[in-house]
Design a protein. Structure first.
Length: 241
């Protein structure tokens, strides 16, 4: 009997790592991630103002992920350290740069199929530093993060595998789009007229500032293992890839 169970487990171990995704087994992976693209702090009062214009600004983030998967479907938990910027052309014909850094937490549904992936879910940005710089004078404010709060965004992404896709190791290149739906500014700080400190911006009423990102995302993923059950009656086992 023991020899029969052992043979069943050997058979399971030898084939499940290449069929875990196809046959619907639970499998787990981890990875390193980096992304780069266009960032923005969208405020409709600034968009509608006559004195300020938006410039294209960029930012980046890097971190890691844990994936919990069943077949081709799963949940990805991403933890990313991010730096972002929004540059404005001011009435003085100088630029004003708003720079912020944040710890970004993602909880995303992911579907992996046909050598590609699709992801969708929310993101929380815990803002930890904000600075405003007058580019012409070179004067930078002190840290203004107390005027800001955690912001929430909706995320959608897609891409393709360019290295492997059998669950053990993979490289992925894709696109990710994020649009905020909550205000980055603390309610108690609205009287400071953030993010630029100009009361004329809000002559027609206060408008919230929301984060936006659109850019490339790169992943290197490693399979951790899977949970499977041999058809011979053995209990479920966690098996390292």
């Amino acid at each position: 009997m023991k020899k029969g169970l052992f043979a069943c487990l050997i058979l399971l171990f030898s084939i499940a790592d290449t069929t875990a995704q196809r046959n619907g087994l639970w499998w787990f992976d981890t990875g390193l991630k980096a992304q780069y693209g266009v960032t923005s702090m969208l405020n409709m009062a600034i968009v509608d103002s006559d004195g300020y214009d938006y410039d294209i600004s960029t930012g980046y983030s890097f971190g890691g992920k844990i994936g919990i998967n069943n077949g081709n479907n799963g949940i990805s938990i991403d933890v990313m350290w991010a730096k972002a910027k929004q540059s404005f052309e001011a009435p003085s014909e100088s630029n004003i740069d708003v720079d912020w850094s944040a710890l970004d937490l993602y909880l995303l549904y992911r579907n992996n199929a046909n050598l590609g992936y699709f992801e969708l879910g929310p993101k929380m940005s815990m803002i930890n530093k904000v600075e405003v710089t007058d580019v012409a004078s070179g004067v930078t404010s002190s840290d203004l993060s107390d005027d800001y709060q955690s912001a929430y965004s909706a995320v959608i992404g897609f891409g393709a595998y360019f290295l492997g896709n059998d669950g053990r190791f993979s490289g992925i290149l894709g696109m990710r789009f994020e649009y905020g739906f909550s205000d980055m500014i603390n309610k108690t700080s609205k009287d400071k007229n953030p993010p630029l400190g100009d009361p004329d911006i809000y002559a027609d009423g206060y408008e919230k500032s929301i984060p936006i990102f659109a850019g490339l995302v790169f992943e290197l993923n490693w399979g951790i293992g899977y949970v499977g059950k041999a058809t011979c009656g053995a209990r479920s086992k966690f098996v390292m890839f």
